[in-house]
Each structure stands twice: as C-alpha cells, then as structure tokens.
Ligand binder design. Structure first.
Ligand SMILES: [Ca+2]
Length: 348
C-alpha cells in the first residue's frame, strides 16, 4: 500500500516536472518571438550582388559594380569614404541603376577618429538619380533627386528644431530642395532619430527598407552590435521611382573623422501589389517623381536663436564691464578728490 502511494507520488511529481519544463520551453519560444519582432528579419528576397559590397575587399583594388570618387579608397577591411583629415570628400556609387521596386539594404559601417570631442561631418546613403557628382552635401551634390539618409555627427543647428547628435535623418527631394548644412537639413527633413553610432569599438548596423508598392520607408539600427534593433523612422507616403543609383558619400571640414562602409547587402524583395483597385495604375515606375507626404513644410532660413543669444550675451558682458569701469572710475575720482580736500584741511 505504502509502496503504491510512493509510486503514484513519484509519477505525479514527474508529471508536474514535465508540465513545468513544457511551460518553460513555451515561455522561451514566446519571448524569443517577441525579441525577433524588433529585429529586421532576414529579408524574404534574394541578394543582388551588383548593389552589394561584401568582403573580402582588397586594398587598392577595384570593386566590381562600384565606382569610387574623390578621396574614397579601398582597404582590406572597408570602403573608406574619408580619412580622419580635414577637408576631404569621397563617394562610392553603383555603376548600374536599380530597377527594383521593393528593396531592403543591410549596411554595416563605422565612424571614428582621433578626437573624441570634436569630429565631423558625417556621411550619407543615397538612392539618387545622378551619381558620382561631388558636392557640399556630405560630399555629394545639392538639389539631388531621390532619397538621402544623412548620418550627421556634427550639430550645426542650435535653438529651435535642434536635436541631439549624432543624428540620422531622411530627406526625399525632387531636385528643388536645398540641403541647408547650417541647419542640419531640418528645413527639409522627412524624419530622423538620434543614434550614438560614432566612436564605438564595433560596427553599426542599419537596415533601410523601401517598399515602393506600399510607399513605405523604414529605417532601423543596431548601435551596440548586440542584435537589438531600434526603430529610427517608419514613414508612409514616400514615393521613389525605379532606375536610380545607390551610393555613399562622406565629408570632413574643419573637423574630421574616418567614415567607413564595411559591408552592404542589397535584397530584392517580392513585390505584393496593392489590392486597392481604386489606385491609379502606374505603367512606368521609373517616371514617378520623388515625393514624401510627411516631409517638413519648407520654412525661411532664420538665424538660430542660440547664436543670437550667444552674441547678445557677449555684448551684454562687454557693456557690463564697461559700465562697471565707468562707475569705478567715477567712484575713484570722487574718492581721490575727497582725499585731496582732506589733506588740504590738515595743512591749513
Ligand atoms: Ca551637421
């Protein structure tokens, strides 16, 4: 009887253990799925080599399908857009236009330099109509047509509309907009985020997904290199044509940094046509004009309040010092006159 009770208790305990193990495994699976939700999954498409940069990269060699410009150079480890030297500009562009409508790019990069306090200016990812034209916008031409993602390490803008740097910002341009460096492009920004990608010991990962069929642009990043991805922006209403070029460019000015692209993987995604039958059919996607519905409304270039306040503050200080000098001078003069009068009284 006692042996039978022990046996049933033993079976019961084993059953409880089994249920507990199943519960733990279930929780692990569920929590694993939750972690995966924040992470860009391996795209359900295939990689296009002509728009990708994969290792091994050979120093001094040429990169098939890509063309360098300016100070860009190849090392064994990366494509270096600029060295950590002043007044450099470099770029790397694909030689073939991209006619993929829905795509995703996984990019690894590193921005670093000798100075931990003063550095700049940053680099840009481009999906643009014209390629390999050096210029003032992070090493490339202004008034571009297409999409730019700026990885801006130096804060030029103070006061209103300023944001913490390093900063990633997206701009969609049809060629009419000017990138205002003094305002960090905040006049023409679509969306952006602060991301501390500069000066880390490891590379930074960025996933840029554009679904032309859904007019949706998504940018995610992993700064800590620990597979924990954060959303930078997710915008609907972004229209980009096919047939543009993919590129990168970087620049330094008075301040400098190394701007290194370590790898680029371009995935062509399966396009799912919108089911909305009311939508106007587009026969030629290369004729779409770049447009972003939610872009910042254009506004006047106004000197930011920060610099005005600084100037006023200096002027106020100088005026204050001047007034104090005058008061001290008058006080000193009155005291001296009184002292002289007292001296004369003593003698007479
Ligand atoms: Ca800037």
């Amino acid at each position: 009887m006692a042996a039978g009770t022990d046996l049933s208790k033993n079976v019961e305990q084993r059953l409880i253990n089994l249920i507990l193990i199943i519960c733990v495994v279930f929780v692990q699976i569920v929590s694993g799925d939750e972690e995966e939700q924040g992470k860009p999954k391996e795209p359900a498409g295939y990689m296009r080599r002509e728009f990708s940069i994969t290792k091994p990269i050979a120093a001094g060699a040429t990169l098939q399908y890509w063309q360098p410009a300016g100070n860009a150079m190849l090392t064994d480890e990366h494509v270096r857009l600029t060295n950590d030297e002043q007044s450099k500009s470099g770029a790397m562009w694909t030689t073939f236009p991209c006619y993929v409508r829905d795509w995703e790019i996984h990019m690894q990069f590193k921005v670093h330099g000798h100075n931990s306090r003063f550095f700049g200016d940053g680099f840009a990812f481009w999906y643009a109509k014209e390629r390999n034209i050096l210029g003032p916008v992070f090493g490339s031409k202004d008034h571009f047509s297409g999409l730019a993602l700026f990885f801006d390490t130096y804060a030029n803008q103070n006061g209103e509309h300023a944001h913490e740097h390093p900063y990633i910002s997206a701009q969609v341009n049809n060629g009419s907009l000017h990138y205002d460096h003094d305002r960090d492009g905040t006049h023409t920004e679509l969306a952006g985020c602060t991301s501390h990608f500069r000066g880390t010991d490891h590379e930074t990962h960025v996933a840029i997904r554009y679904l032309g069929s859904k007019k949706r642009l998504t940018v995610q990043y992993d700064v800590e290199d620990d597979d924990k991805w954060q959303s930078c922006l997710d915008q609907y209403g972004v229209q980009l044509p096919t047939g543009y070029f993919i590129g990168f460019s970087g620049s330094t000015g008075d301040l400098s940094d190394n701007h290194d692209i370590l790898s680029v993987k371009f995935y062509e995604l399966e396009t799912i046509e919108p089911s909305d039958e009311g939508e106007e059919a587009i026969e030629d996607y290369s004729k779409i004009l770049p447009h972003a519905e939610n872009a910042e409304a254009e506004r006047e270039h106004v000197d930011d309040a920060g610099s005005t306040t600084r100037g006023q503050r200096i002027l106020n200080w100088l005026m204050g010092i001047f007034v104090i000098c005058i008061i001290c001078g008058i006080g000193g003069f009155i005291y001296y006159q009184k002292y002289q009068a007292d001296q004369r009284k003593r003698f007479y």
